[in-house]
Design a protein around this ligand. Structure first.
Ligand SMILES: Cc1cc2nc3c(=O)[nH]c(=O)nc-3n(C[C@H](O)[C@H](O)[C@H](O)COP(=O)(O)O)c2cc1C
Ligand SMILES: CCCCCCC(=O)C(=O)O
Length: 359
């Protein structure tokens, strides 16, 4: 179990078991899901000492968030299944904790309300909109316009989902869609959709790099691609002029045979060569995990399930507790590594547990 065991256990107690399985589960045998956390446990930090780490500054520069914490809320769907206030509570908590919220296209509160809730807490709180490119480009354009109008400061395009992952728990539970009374609110009133009702989100294998190029022409917002694992794809993304990459295997919910993002991060860092910011999510549960990811080349990390556990356990306060604890742990880890700024975390500080070190 990990750093948020208490929140997890409380969430499991209070959630409907079908909703719990939806949030907790992964694809197939859940090997990727398990490996995401285990991979961090196999890595260790080799601290430097006596470097004068007082007055630490945790800020990093991200597209659409020039002065951000390196810990972000990864996009997760259907928050009203976890708590009646759903994404409104998450948005307020992220704004209060000073973290970027990446709001899922499949949110159960519409994006304009999500951004308004964040901005009520902190006027400049950055909210990014996560987007599944739709085969009908008019639908994509309408979603982009909705996110722009709402005040989102970047778009995160999830590219690891040409089809939906094989969620065995959901299949067993017969969970295929939101229950009555809930809806993916961003999907209302879109071109070709039913007048009052929501359009289905399509995950389509038709989507290609061409659609990413078209998206660039639709918006001036920064565009990040989420779900890249292969260094050649990272290279292609840089060539297309995207503004950032999120190294991710979707929390082990898409292709179960994928390696943990933290294992591939150094390869992607090499491929990208500092051209654009790299972000990572999957299995981040401790401030020391954040430090390892930054040392291996990430500018920031996203956190998925712990945020949902905090939300289910204690609403807005529960999410804020999760984010603030990660921030405090990270600050402490930075100090213990002899760092003052995030950039002080360098690759030489990370070793495999049990390493020989060449001695
Ligand atoms: C319940 C749940 C719903 C998710 N929904 C989305 C989504 O709507 N869009 C998306 O790009 N990723 C989605 N993800 C993936 C997360 O953004 C992120 O990649 C993953 O949760 C990170 O792993 P972690 O949960 O171990 O922190 C979802 C993940 C979970 C657990
Ligand atoms: C067809 C509904 C799509 C919701 C997507 C949520 C998601 O990405 C997940 O991992 O679950």
């Amino acid at each position: 179990m990990n750093g948020f065991a208490e929140q997890h256990d409380r969430a499991k107690e209070v959630l409907d078991p079908v909703a719990y399985d939806y949030f907790a589960g992964g694809a197939g045998d859940e090997r990727a899901l398990a490996d995401n956390e285990n991979s961090f446990a196999r890595l260790a930090l080799l601290p430097r000492v006596l470097r004068g780490g007082a007055n630490r500054d945790l800020a990093v520069r991200l597209p659409g968030a020039p002065d951000a914490l390196p810990i972000m809320v990864a996009p997760t769907a259907f928050h009203r299944l976890a708590h009646p206030e759903g994404e409104l509570a998450t948005a307020r908590a992220a704004a209060a904790a000073g973290t970027v919220l990446i709001s899922s296209m499949a949110s159960t509160v519409a994006i304009d309300e999500v951004v308004a809730a964040a901005h009520q807490v902190r006027a400049e709180a950055p909210v990014w909109f996560q987007l599944y490119l739709q085969p009908d480009q008019q639908v994509t354009a309408a979603l982009v316009e909705r996110a722009e109008r709402a005040g989102c400061s970047a778009l995160v395009v999830t590219v690891d989902s040409p089809v939906f992952g094989r969620h065995e728990r959901d299949r067993r539970n017969g969970f295929h869609d939101l229950p009555d009374g809930y809806a993916a609110e961003n999907m209302r009133g879109l071109p070709g959709g039913p007048a009052e009702d929501t359009r289905d989100i399509e995950m389509s294998p038709e989507i290609s790099w061409r659609h990413v190029e078209s998206l660039r022409a639709m918006t001036r917002l920064p565009v990040l691609l989420k779900g890249i694992l292969h260094p050649d794809d990272a290279h292609l993304a840089v060539g297309l002029g995207v503004d950032g990459i999120i190294v991710s295997n979707h929390g082990g919910r898409q292709l179960d045979a994928t390696p943990a993002p933290i294992e591939v991060l150094p390869h992607i860092t090499n491929a990208v060569g500092g051209a654009i910011p790299l972000l990572l999510d999957g299995g981040v549960r401790r401030g020391t995990d954040v430090a390892v990811a930054l040392a291996l080349g990430a500018t920031a990390v996203g956190v998925g399930r712990p945020v949902v556990w905090g939300l289910a356990a204690d609403g807005e306060k529960g999410v804020r507790d999760v984010l603030e604890r990660l921030r405090d742990e990270f600050d402490q880890a930075l100090a213990l590594c002899g760092g003052r700024r995030c950039g002080d975390l360098t690759r030489d500080l990370v070793v495999r547990r049990g390493f020989g070190g060449g001695w």
